[in-house]
Design a protein around this ligand. Structure first.
Ligand code: THU
Length: 135
């Protein structure tokens, strides 16, 4: 059973991502990113990228999002959007697709420049938690 609404307000979700993007700490790349997702209990979680003087240690916006998801009670991500510094819809990077797979699975819906797509199309043949429990 899910408490997520049948009709998802992508515009509202994008607004939350934009707000998160405005809080990004991206002095090195100059490329702020914001993300937001709907959880299967109706919560909305969000995140922004947080960079570091040790460049490779920068945190993508999705890291903040999954951290908030877990901290505020867990659950499954059902709908996800990502925006750049100009509030344009952005695709999540490869590593973050894996993060999203862990907490949303193949049916997670992503807003992309090519429309609404399931994660199974953005990360085909994904390696995931199921592989670790296979005999
Ligand atoms: N970035 C994200 O936060 N999420 C993505 O999915 C794409 C890339 C950030 C990482 C870095 O701070 C900046 O964008 C430039 O790569």
């Amino acid at each position: 059973m899910t408490d997520a609404p049948a009709e998802v307000d992508w515009e509202k979700l994008r607004g939350v991502a934009r707000e998160a993007m405005s809080r990004a700490y991206a002095p090195y790349s100059g490329y702020p990113v914001g993300v937001a997702a709907l959880v299967d209990d109706g919560r909305i979680v969000s995140g922004c990228n947080v960079e570091n003087a040790s460049y490779g240690l920068g945190l993508c916006a999705e890291c903040g999002l999954v951290s908030e998801l877990q901290r505020t009670g867990g659950g499954r991500l059902t709908h996800f959007t990502c925006v750049d510094g100009e509030s344009q819809i952005l695709v999540p990077c490869g590593r973050c697709r894996q993060l999203l797979y862990e907490f949303g699975g193949p049916d997670l819906l992503l807003e992309t420049p090519a429309g609404i797509l399931p994660l199974s199309e953005m990360l085909p043949q994904a390696f995931g938690p199921g592989h670790l429990t296979k005999q």
